[in-house]
Write a protein that binds this ligand. Sequence first.
Ligand code: GCO
Ligand code: MN
Ligand code: MN
Length: 382
Amino acid sequence: MPYEPRKEDRFTVGLWCTAYGGREVFGREVRPPLDPMENIRGLAACGCYGFNFHDDDLIPFGASPADTDRLIKQTLTVMRDAGIVNAMVTCNMFEHPVFKDGALTSNDGRVRAYARQKAMRAIDIGAQLGASVYVMWGGREGLEVEASKNPIDAIKRYRDGVEFLAHYIKDNGYGMVVAIEPKPNEPRGDIFLPTAGHVLGFIATLDPAIRDIVGVNPEIQHSRMSGLNTVHDLAQCLEAGKLFHADLGAQKPARYDQDLRFGAEDLKETFFIVKLLEDNHWPGTRAFDVKPYRQDQADEVWDLVRGCIRSYLILREKVAVFNADQEIQQLLGALRVEHPAGEHLTAKQLQAERFDPDLLSARKLGYQRLDQLTFELLAGVR
Ligand code: GCO
Ligand code: MN
Ligand code: MN
């Protein structure tokens, strides 16, 4: 069957995605709760290689150590029977009122310490389930009242928190990497580390002893909320060797975080995201962070999962068609012109070199044709 996922395609979905009951600011749940074990089995049945989870998605907040152990054992059994792995773990540091004014960046040192403790527990649970990535999304690390937090203190606290947790992972030999997930706003008016660029800059300031295991988890939706080019966001993380995870979904710009089905918006940009990941043989999982519509019935959450996977595989096929398209490749090939001396002209040689700017600017680039061909290929008429 075409577009059927295989395990080696490494598709993953967050448990919170399929379990999303539809609660939002204006309305209550529209679907019954989804049991986490059923959730994991459902994702496996859709052809997922793995699942991602927040500690509280799997182990209810405040569960005793005995209940935690029992649930971990149960999860491992379900995973083995269903043939699915745990790819990523993350800590819910946004839902409980204790985090209402931040977790790792809270002005209250007791809250900051509690946040670290909760994160360590999440990491321990992830390690037992085999997670190789720990995502840090600081949903509450921000403010509405500018006077309430010193932004420099907040960044310093953030750094201390990230370094502490990265050391914890290393000291325990967990072999996990940390992926910080930027977001500009929502649920806070302004969130610290709002974009992938901010996170990359932040990572460069971390303790070198743990810097190698800290990277970025850019999300398509968050990047579009900031009005950025998502392909370039991912590409810069990739080039820096810091693309440790990527949350895939869809989003219209200048709106709340929609977490729409993968491919639902901006088909061309989505195509170039798939092209970037595939052409570069990016080894990470293909992780969907999406929400069912509020209108969906309980069984339709699996249509969401299957649809995201299928759309990715269709776009992956289009990438192969694009790469094999003779006219497109000819146009692209013609764009690259090297200086006869290569890149190695010395400063002295360059000073002596004579350029003809008019000649250089007269070159035809063919972008009208290139974009038309891309459109036609994606529209299925090529
Ligand atoms: C959002 C975020 C979250 C995080 C998740 C992992 O939609 O606002 O993307 O879904 O990815 O909480 O920490
Ligand atoms: Mn996300
Ligand atoms: Mn999101």
